[in-house]
Design a protein. Sequence first.
Length: 432
Amino acid sequence: MASNTAAAAAHVVSKAATSTTAAARSATTFTAGPAAFQPRQSFNVSLDITRSYYLGHHHAALSRMRQTLSNVGLIIECRDFRVPISSWNPLLERSLAAGSSSGDRPRIIVYTKRDLVQLNSGSSDREAVKLLRDFHEKNGHAKAVVFLGHGSGSRDRDRDEQRSLYSGSNGDRMLLDAIKRVARDADSLTGLRSMVVGMPNAGKSTLLNRLRATGMGLPQAARTGAQPGVTRKLGTPVRIVPGESAESGVEGMGEGVFVIDTPGVFVPYVSQAEDMMKLALVGCVKDGLVPSVAVADYLLYHLNLVDPGLYTGANNSSKKFCPEPTNDVHHFLKGVAMRTGKLGKGGVPSLEAAADWVVQEWRRGELGRFALETVTLETLAGAVAASREQPLSMNQARKKEKEVRKVRNEAKRMGLTPPAAGGGAGTTGGTA
Ligand SMILES: Nc1nc2c(ncn2[C@@H]2O[C@H](COP(=O)(O)OP(=O)(O)O)[C@@H](O)[C@H]2O)c(=O)[nH]1
Ligand SMILES: [Mg+2]
């Protein structure tokens, strides 16, 4: 495929795709040979996809978090920079803000996995950083907004940018300084206790370990993992900043700063069906909850909007799974299976195994580094409006899911194609 300039630019810029404007969409039309390849302009989410994710023990964890709050002077909220809007959990935010005796509990917002969205001057990801920072600052959402990512795997990125925005130690230092400021303001003899919260798999435990390494020079204290649900219980407080008596001699810090790790908190009912696909693709829900071929199809949809060259071997990419761009996930996965040896009995390509592999490859940053949603003033305003909706109770959420299932089964019974999953009512909180 001969990529046009727009395609090459899109590869470098790693443009977020979901809410792309008409102009941006037309820029992702690829002319190759006689028939021009047209990427899908929207993704039809199957009604078969569950939109709730709630397990009994999760509720208990959320209650424990609420009980512990009276001792907590700072909330550190993690959001995944690949899904900066969908990984926002307004209900969690609300439940943790409540019950503070001294009014609003200080909060710091950390956008994690910055390294998985490429940097490029003037690109939409830098714009997103600025927009998010301005948005939170203007609305007084947090004492600080920090963007963090692993510093590795950045061979072909702008190293200065990387250093200033998300290099491990710099970003961690910025965050530590912000935490210390909150600790000094609190000026408590016993020091500051903070709680790191967020959606499953957002990088909470990793963040705690990084803060401990930077602040105390100590090895990891919390277990981390690529699947959600690794942290099942509230952790014991882990010290990340030494107390006054230690050599730092920092005043107003009491016994220092501690962080409590928590299990991820999910929304049991995802009101926008496509958000469920995004959350499944980034690994926020357990793999398998959404069928892996459907998740791979959602990835293919984004790859095509960003740059099909990412999997056709164009743009010097070593990933040559298909000779031409395609919107057919089975065709795509067959190509992946053949190239990676994901073959079953008799050499038949295993689509499931190929789907799992290709999704992991994207999560590792090996198949394009791009966000799944665009941050604009409009999308931010939409998120604020949605956050004001009355959240569903757990029972209401289950009822809603049942209704959707009923419509689907009815349509199937009548031999009709079920309507594509659309939006819905509000969300409610549960932990995963
Ligand atoms: N590339 C990248 N991976 C990260 C980052 N933070 C966490 N991870 C990975 O994301 C996965 C989930 O991390 P974990 O800390 O266990 O998430 P938690 O469930 O929120 O505690 C692990 O595989 C981490 O290595 C980051 O900033 N960049
Ligand atoms: Mg964890």
